[in-house]
Design a protein around this ligand. Structure first.
Ligand SMILES: Cc1cc2nc3c(=O)[nH]c(=O)nc-3n(C[C@H](O)[C@H](O)[C@H](O)COP(=O)(O)OP(=O)(O)OC[C@H]3O[C@@H](n4cnc5c(N)ncnc54)[C@H](O)[C@@H]3O)c2cc1C
Ligand code: SF4
Length: 825
């Protein structure tokens, strides 16, 4: 036997590579070669739904980069399909003709979508939803005019429907059964989903079979068993999956529905192994990731000469978010020989059902509120006797200790089902690697990087175990007012406080500082829609003099040029001002604006008066600008009038304060000449409509914006932007940019509470924005008359002695340090 054995892995998917990662941990003497027929490196298939919904880019879901394979000495062949196996000569043959010998063969071939017997499946426009290529093609074909039919109302079908709807399609789901997701939910649970989907504009047709896909080459309609015919441009077939077992059969391995494996994850052949969706263990083929990770760990031990751990099967559990609704289903929730216990609140959209058999939990369904899912998983896993828990079957006992629930979990309990991270592993990361934030936890363990449904549980663990846990969600501004920002907002609202000084005196140290005062000032402005006691001294120096202080103590003045469109008259006035005040530098900024640099503080009011233009707010935490491309006006590629849309967007938001600066852009087509995908808010013109994207960045951080929604008209795009803008103003922490905010809240939640929120909630956001806007004033118009005698005088440090002057001077020094950055435009 050679020192090193040749291990050939067929399938570069989640299960295969998770198993290889475990094999590497054993330092087993294998020369590993991996074949994958997809043209990409290993990626998180679970997140394809997020890619379709525009929440993630393909690059965001890569699990192992090509560099990872190189680092571990693994030979990777992407885009090569293994077409045959010879178990006697022990080699595999690829569709490129290459013959590769092996000593051990690992089949991780996953599943393929099952295609039901429907006429017309080969027509152009019929898709499945399984790979990154499928997803890319679906995105390419989607748009506001597209009529999409999803065949299948199971998990995948609903995920596809959600993504297509976000892409702007008019979506119908056709399902054979009388309820949705019947494998995970009982009819009552399914009812909640139907309601939610219809509320979001998805047409749900239950109890119907698709008999044919009609059209002349291309999909034009779908014919149903009841005689209905639905117009269609796109069809997604999501009718189930079938394990890929052809190679195993060739290799002479025993197969049923899947490749049969024992508890050590061995097949009937000593040198052929299998893992993932392609296997059948104790009669069960799994279709979710958590079991595959468990299988991979056991198989790695077996293959690496540490045969011992066994795979006992996995309790079937799914925790998902379907169209914004949290859903959890686990165990056997059928009522056969079991006692059902239910709770239902249709107004809240919450449904809970547990089934108890022989005094133990048999199964559970949660819709609308899944926060308690881990408690049920523990009961299922340990077979706990529920005699003493009868009063708390549906609701946990009230507990003041937020860490109690997680404390009750065993160390082996899985916290992150997608990546397969246990409580014990998280605790180890906290103790051994000093993990004390969610970001660090994600980086170190990968927990919560899958579907994200375990985030609150991870936070609970961090809170309970990490001595210096830093809750990024509950940030306290500073020690002067010791409350988390969301709590502080509640206090200001309920106590109807309207001045910074009152807040500091009642809830703080009575004095405040340069950190908390601007934050409080912003909160009051936002909460009372501008109807508060504005205290200019609570703002940064830049806000007090409405210009951006530079490192030499002079100021930069940037007038508002909406959408980057100016006129000869404005340009003449700018030139005259530059001459009159001997402006040392006139500069075109990266945001299509004109910057007059080096203006003396004392000249500011006169400069504004001579310019006769509104302030560009380049100095404040507020709305900066909307960069535009020429769009349909002049560009031959333009599909939308991006210039007019940009000017209108700027007009609606200018003069408003925000938690941090807000930069926007509008482009006439996806060529994206004004870089809308890396702005806080971007409008991208597409055929027949607009995509509204949010949370982008291209500064110190670089982030591609998430798709908020796709709409047909410019007015709808502007309204979607307004909803997001006001929601951000109301919920973000002070100094939190949209890109951090969108990551922290999650685009799904933001969508649910803005563009897909109930009518009354949307109207509330728009109304509050309108009120703020009606009270907003152009800072330069107001600033031309100084509020106090020293506002625009130059302070001479050695001669000035008053306490106020010294304070102003200190503020200016801080402002110079903080704000003397060239990219403030
Ligand atoms: C859109 C979508 C959403 C999902 N959402 C969830 C979810 O929320 N939660 C959850 O738990 N699970 C979810 N799943 C299921 C989960 O992704 C799968 O269970 C998991 O990816 C299966 O892993 P696998 O490695 O066994 O198979 P795969 O990931 O399919 O990997 C198998 C790989 O092998 C390749 N292959 C097959 N045959 C050959 C051959 N002969 N030669 C070369 N290569 C070959 C395939 O092309 C594929 O790349 C989702 C799946 C999809 C498609
Ligand atoms: S983004 Fe499109 S429409 Fe706008 S200028 Fe570029 S190519 Fe033309």
């Amino acid at each position: 036997m050679p020192d090193r054995e040749r291990l050939v892995v067929v399938g570069n998917g989640m299960a295969g590579m998770a198993c290889v990662e475990q094999i590497l941990k054993y330092d087993a003497p294998f020369d590993i070669t991996v074949f994958g027929d997809e043209t990409h490196t290993n990626y998180n298939r679970v997140m394809l739904s997020s890619v379709l919904a525009g929440e993630k880019a393909p690059d965001d879901i890569v699990i192992n980069s090509p560099e990872w394979y190189r680092r571990h000495g693994i030979t990777l062949h992407v885009g090569v399909r293994i077409v045959s196996v010879d178990p006697h000569t022990k080699h595999v043959i690829g569709d490129d003709g290459a013959v590769t010998p092996y000593d051990k063969l690992l089949l991780a071939t996953g599943s393929s979508p099952w295609m039901p017997p429907i006429d017309g499946l080969t027509r152009d426009g019929v898709f499945v939803f399984r790979t990154l290529d499928d997803t890319r093609e679906l995105i390419r074909r989607s748009g506001p005019e597209t009529r999409a039919i999803v065949i299948g109302g199971g998990l995948l079908g609903l995920e596809a429907a959600r993504g297509l709807q976000v892409q702007g399609c008019q979506v119908s789901v056709v399902h054979l059964m009388s309820t949705l997701m019947e494998r995970q939910l009982d009819p009552d649970g399914g009812y909640y989903l139907v309601g939610k989907m219809e509320e979001l504009g998805v047409n749900v047709l239950l109890g119907r079979t698709t008999v044919a896909i009609l059209g002349n080459g291309h999909v034009e309609a779908v014919a149903l068993s009841d005689g209905t015919c639905l117009d269609a441009d796109l069809v997604v077939v999501a009718a189930g999956i079938r394990p890929n077992i052809d190679l195993a059969i060739q290799a002479g391995v025993i197969c049923n529905r899947g490749i049969v494996v024992n508890d050590f994850m061995e097949t009937s052949h000593p040198d052929v192994f299998a893992v993932g969706e392609c296997v059948e263990h104790r009669g069960v083929c799994y279709g979710l990731v958590a079991p595959l990770y468990e299988q991979g760990k056991v198989l790695a031990a077996t293959m690496s000469g540490h045969r011992g751990p066994t795979y006992q099967g996995t309790i079937q559990a799914a925790k998902l978010k379907i169209m914004g609704v949290d859903v959890f289903s686990a165990g056997d929730w059928s009522e056969q020989n079991a006692e059902p216990v239910r709770f239902e609140d249709r107004a809240l959209g919450v449904y809970k059902k547990v089934t108890v058999r022989d005094g133990k939990l048999a199964g559970v369904i949660l819709v609308g509120d899944t926060s308690d899912s881990h408690r049920y998983m523990e009961w299922l896993r340990t077979g706990a006797d529920l005699a003493t828990q009868r009063r708390h079957l549906l609701f946990p006992p009230p507990s003041a200790d937020v860490g109690l629930d997680v404390a009750e979990m065993s160390d082996t309990a899985t916290v992150c089902g997608c990546v397969g991270v246990t409580k014990g592993q998280i605790i180890e990361a906290i103790h051994q690697c000093g993990v004390n934030t969610m970001s660090l936890l994600k980086e170190t363990t990968r927990a919560s990087t899958g579907c994200g449904s375990c985030t609150s549980l991870c936070q609970g663990l961090l809170r309970a175990v990490a001595p210096d846990f830093e809750d990024e969600q509950k940030r306290v501004i500073c020690g002067c007012v010791p409350f988390a920002e969301d709590r502080l907002r509640e206090i200001l609202r309920s106590e109807r406080l309207k001045s910074v000084q009152d807040v500091l005196e009642i809830y703080g140290n009575g004095v405040g500082c340069e950190v908390c005062k601007p934050a409080l000032s912003y909160m009051l402005d936002m909460l009372w829609c501008g109807d508060h006691d504005e205290d200019r001294s609570a703002r940064f120096i830049n806000d007090r003099v409405h210009a951006n202080i530079q490192k030499d103590g002079t100021f930069s003045v940037i007038p508002r040029i909406r959408g980057g469109v100016t006129s000869a008259a404005e340009l003449r006035r700018i030139a005259d001002v530059a001459d009159k005040y001997q402006v040392p530098m006139v500069k075109i900024t990266g945001s299509q604006r004109i910057d007059l640099l080096g203006i003396r503080k004392a000249d500011l009011p006169a400069v504004w008066a001579d310019l006769g233009m509104p302030s560009g707010q380049a100095y404040t935490k507020g709305v900066r600008m909307v960069k535009t491309c020429v769009g349909t006006e002049f560009c031959r590629f333009g599909t939308q009038d991006s210039t007019a849309a940009g000017i209108e967007l700027e007009r609606r938001f200018e003069q408003l304060f925000t938690p941090h600066k807000v930069k926007m852009a509008t482009v006439g087509c996806p060529r994206n000449c004004a870089e809308a995908t890396v702005k806080d808010i971007g409008l991208i013109g597409v055929e027949g409509g607009w995509q509204v994207v949010v949370g982008g960045a291209a500064g110190k951080s670089v982030r591609k914006a998430d798709l908020l929604t796709t709409v047909e008209t410019t007015e709808q795009a502007l309204e979607a932007s307004e909803l997001f803008f006001q929601y951000y103003r109301e919920h973000a922490n002070y100094l939190e940019r949209t890109y951090d905010f969108v990551e922290r809240f999650g685009i799904e939640k933001i969508r649910k509470e803005t563009v897909y929120a109930p009518e009354s909630a949307r109207a509330g956001l728009l109304d509050r924005l309108q009120k703020s806007k009606s009270r907003a004033r152009d800072a330069w118009l107001e600033g031309r008359t100084p509020r106090h005698p020293t506002q625009f005088t130059v302070i001479q440090p050695l001669e000035e002695t008053s306490e106020r002057a010294v304070r102003l001077q200190a503020d200016e020094a801080v402002a110079v340090r903080r704000d003397a950055h060239g990219g403030a435009t």
